[in-house]
Design a protein around this ligand. Sequence first.
Ligand code: SAM
Length: 297
Amino acid sequence: MPTSRTTAPTPHALKPTGKGPNLLVPGLYLVATPIGNLRDITLRALDVLAGADVILCEDTRVGGKLLAAHGIKGRLERYDEHAAERVRPKALAALAGGGILALISDAGTPLISDPGYRLVKEAVAQGSAVFPVPGPSAALAALTVAGLPTDRFLFAGFPPSRSAGRRALFAELAPIRATLVFYEGGPRLAASLADMAAVFGAREAAVARELTKLHETVIRGPLADLAADPRLIAPKGEIVVVVGPCAEPVASADEADAALAEAAARVGPARAASEVAKALGLSRRELYARALALKRD
Ligand code: SAM
């Protein structure tokens, strides 16, 4: 019976036309690299780096160390915020001509608080293939160890360097019911945590430092405790701050009355108070008093 293809073919399903020991189809490969531990790199990432015509990287020394650690000889070309404007047209022309390009950053996943967005946007616009080669990212690594809800999260990158800008950003994010993930530098950490405590209030949070490295530490607790923790005053190393979501909104008095009236039409005041207390997370005793008052009225 004939079958129909419902999804786009993966690079491996296509006929390879690349060169080198690992045959790859032409396109731009976004390759995630380790955030500390050099062994945190996928076998496919190594194949792509070994098979690419050019590896665009933020810093050729950092890229060179990664390649050397895995015995790969590759042609590295700088692609950071200074070189991007000059290199991008060449890279796009190479892609249009059927080249195989890899993009890496100094650590983690390219484009995540790192260069590459314009290159990907323009590669897509000119019809070139763009492939993810997924792997480490500090944001996801921190989120997974924070011990905070992971069902809904918002990655907010680096907060502004000045307190007024930070507080404005935090105020904008405060009502969003999601775990928030920030990158932050050691020297600014204490000031940033103080602003978070002031704006977000009593939320649980975690500071994840030097993940996958020798001095990996994760310190968890309420934001006010973290802001006052002497270990978090200008710590060395790389840091992600994860902040738990805001609490469920508390029901208004009108909502509680409406729920009580609905329940009291079916059951007695004690049972109505109990049901509504459970549903809205309010005090059963206060709801019972209110149910009696509503009944009298
Ligand atoms: N693209 C990278 C990624 O996917 O993780 C992030 C690049 S951003 C320029 C660098 C920031 O990521 C650091 O300042 C720090 O906030 C965070 N970071 C990177 N490596 C880390 C690590 N090993 N532990 C904790 N945070 C890290």
